[in-house]
Design a protein around this ligand. Structure first.
Ligand SMILES: Nc1ncnc2c1ncn2[C@@H]1O[C@H](COP(=O)(O)OP(=O)(O)OP(=O)(O)O)[C@@H](O)[C@H]1O
Length: 276
């Protein structure tokens, strides 16, 4: 394949997506590697920011295999084998996707939805599935609503159910489209806790999320991509691409409390966004 996947979790090359004649994103290239943090299990947290309509959701639909790219390829680590270099082209179902509406089955309770998400786990008994669901419900503060239907849940509860569902049915990767929008301060804390629960569970666990809250990108992510319209020959092109990448690990700002240096990065990102 011409690229060594060693320690690579996600490899995106020359990705473009068009709807009909209209190219929405183009020339998207990036690599996310597993960065080992001594004495810590550290999954990766990747934020995608950019002004409205620049193509964040479109990128996510391509990453999760929901739409077929016009050009390019997306590889993820093939964790079904032990070999370090194994990669596979992403297919629908490999990467969990929690969309902006946290879509759930209308006629299933929280418990029933989670049981359904585990339906293909043939190596688990019904009792083991029950145990697993009850553990998650307790860890994620959903025990009390376990027998309620989606219409009886708050936005935050619906979202957490959708996240657990995706953890149950996909592998190590999870894409979340604007997981913080429309949540109150308490629910925002819940999602932050959910992020740390996910990343502390497994070294390969990778969260990719979009947000319009740049502070929440800088606070939580260890890698940040800004999607915007590039300027070519002095003119704005009408497709989204990566206009800036900030590696918070390289800047020595990842996994640290939000401070003055983080505020500086927020300013930089906002300046880039204003121009793209
Ligand atoms: N199914 C579709 N068919 C045609 N055009 C689409 C489709 N989905 C999105 N678009 C267009 O693609 C562009 C990018 O949309 P996308 O939803 O990916 O942007 P975004 O960055 O996620 O925006 P926002 O921050 O507002 O959610 C927009 O111009 C949008 O109108």
């Amino acid at each position: 394949m011409g690229y060594s996947m060693q320690n690579t979790l996600l490899y995106v090359e020359n990705l473009s997506v068009a709807y009909g004649e209209k190219t929405v994103i183009k020339d998207i290239n990036f690599v996310e590697k597993d960065v080992i943090r001594k004495d810590n299990v550290t999954g990766q947290v990747v934020a995608v920011v950019g002004r409205s309509g620049r193509g964040k959701s479109t990128l996510f639909r391509a990453l999760t295999g929901l739409i077929k790219p016009t050009t390019g390829k997306i590889l993820i680590a093939d964790t079904s084998t032990d070999a370090e270099n194994d990669a596979k082209e992403v297919e629908e179902g490999d990467i969990g996707f929690v969309d902006q509406k946290y879509t759930l089955f209308r006629n299933k309770t929280v418990y029933q939805s989670l049981m359904f998400a585990l339906r293909l786990k043939e190596n688990m008994t019904k009792e083991q599935k029950h145990e697993k669901i009850m553990t998650y419900l307790s860890e994620w503060g959903l025990e009390k609503v376990k027998d309620q239907y989606p219409c009886e849940l708050s936005g935050g509860q619906r979202q957490r159910t959708a996240i657990i569902e995706q953890i149950f049915c996909s592998g190590h990767y999870m894409v979340l489209d604007e997981p913080f929008s429309g949540l109150d301060v308490g629910n925002i804390e819940d999602v932050k806790n959910a992020f740390s629960l996910i990343t502390s569970m497994h070294e390969f666990n990778t969260i990719i999320y979009s947000t319009h809250d740049i502070e929440l990108a800088v606070e939580l992510a260890d890698s940040i991509y800004v999607i915007g319209y590039p300027t070519i020959d002095g003119k704005h092109a009408e497709y989204g691409t990566i206009v800036k990448h900030i590696d918070m690990k390289e800047l020595n700002l990842a996994w640290k409390d939000f401070g003055m240096d983080h505020i500086e990065v927020v300013k930089q990102i906002k300046a880039v966004m204003m121009q793209s």
